[in-house]
Design a protein around this ligand. Structure first.
Ligand SMILES: O=C(O)C(=O)C[C@H](O)[C@H](O)COP(=O)(O)O
Length: 325
């Protein structure tokens, strides 16, 4: 978990007198979205014992997530600054999260086995190991505990090159070990290329199928691979499709055009929540892809890193439009 600081409007970070504050973090975003959709969710983390840690914990707690396993420890809260895309200028993330309380923690400070008691799934993101050796140790301990308890694992690649390049890391080796234990992988052909050291040729859906087949062959535990396909038309207009590959089936939705984007951060995590909601219910590829795409699409209209919509709101989603009253 970390806090996001955002200049209002399109003001550049270097000149802003004001910053808005939100709670984010890949796993936390999924936890909040799934909880709002009606799934019981428990979060495991460690935050500093100060108002910033309380804010992070509080965001999960007020969304109905079980925060009894979020403890406190010495160190700081991780931060990041986000400049929204603006016309021809790309958006930008500036991280300020080294030496966070979370990465300073060691696996023995967590009771992963206890936290996983009764769990249907462990969700973990590739951002956690990208944080440094401390993050790798925590991610590996959580995955080992899930494996020992027979709890399936969902791994969302979430590749963050700026985090991996900030230390002497070997992302391929680390991510390969984690994905090797996963039943669900959220990642596209580029994530799979990074894992396998192999490029996939072809266009769009063909390349994704080739990549998925290679990943299924390399990682025998994988049952499901899901990804988004994004086409950036303009800063505030994107086209988005969802793809789900099972070993014996696949589904790719049509492109959905999303205009007047308010905030694109957290759309991948909203996608993960929509996917997992239906995966845990045993839905097929088409239903999972549709639910994941609807959640991702809706997140583009919500400021901040997180989205909390109910199941009824997800099911009523029809691409937006006028005011309902
Ligand atoms: O970058 C990080 O370290 C974070 O965890 C902050 C954000 O909350 C997630 O990155 C959102 O991820 P997307 O859903 O892929 O946009």
């Amino acid at each position: 978990m970390l806090l996001r600081l955002t200049p209002p409007g399109q003001v550049p970070l270097a000149r802003t007198p004001l910053l808005g504050i939100d709670v984010g973090g890949a796993e936390a975003n999924v936890a909040i979205a799934l909880s709002a959709l009606g799934r019981p969710v428990r979060a495991v983390s460690l935050v500093p014992d100060n108002p910033l840690g309380q804010m992070a914990r509080g965001a999960l707690g007020s969304a109905g997530v079980d925060i009894s396993r979020i403890t406190t420890g010495p160190g700081r809260m991780g931060l990041y600054f986000f400049e929204q895309p603006s016309g021809p200028i790309a958006g930008r993330v500036t991280y300020d999260r080294a030496y966070s309380a979370f990465v300073a923690a060691t696996p023995d400070q967590f009771d992963f086995a206890g936290a996983l008691d009764g769990a249907a799934l462990l969700h973990i993101s590739g951002i956690t190991p990208a944080l440094g050796p401390g993050g790798v140790a925590l991610a590996e301990a959580a995955v080992a505990a899930a494996k020992a308890a027979g709890v399936p694992i969902c791994f969302d690649g979430n590749y963050r090159s700026n985090l991996w390049s900030a230390w002497d890391s070997d992302p391929r080796a680390i991510l390969t070990r984690l994905v090797g234990e996963a039943e669900v992988l959220i990642g596209n052909h580029r994530d799979i290329s990074l894992l396998l050291g192999e490029q996939f040729s072809g266009d769009g859906p063909d390349r994704r199928r080739l990549a998925a087949e290679a990943a299924f062959a390399a990682f025998p535990k994988l049952k499901l691979i899901a990804s988004t396909a994004r086409h950036v038309v303009a800063a505030s207009t994107h086209e988005l499709a969802a793809r789900v590959d099972l070993r014996n089936d696949h589904w790719q939705t049509d492109d959905m055009r999303i205009e007047n984007i308010v905030d694109r951060i957290g759309t991948g995590d909203a996608f993960a929540a929509g996917l997992l909601l239906r995966y845990l219910e045993g839905a097929g590829a088409r239903e999972m892809a549709r639910s994941a795409l609807a959640m991702a699409a809706m997140k583009h209209g919500v400021p901040g890193d997180t989205i909390a919509v109910t199941r009824a709101e997800l099911e009523a989603f029809d691409g937006g439009g006028d005011v309902r009253r």
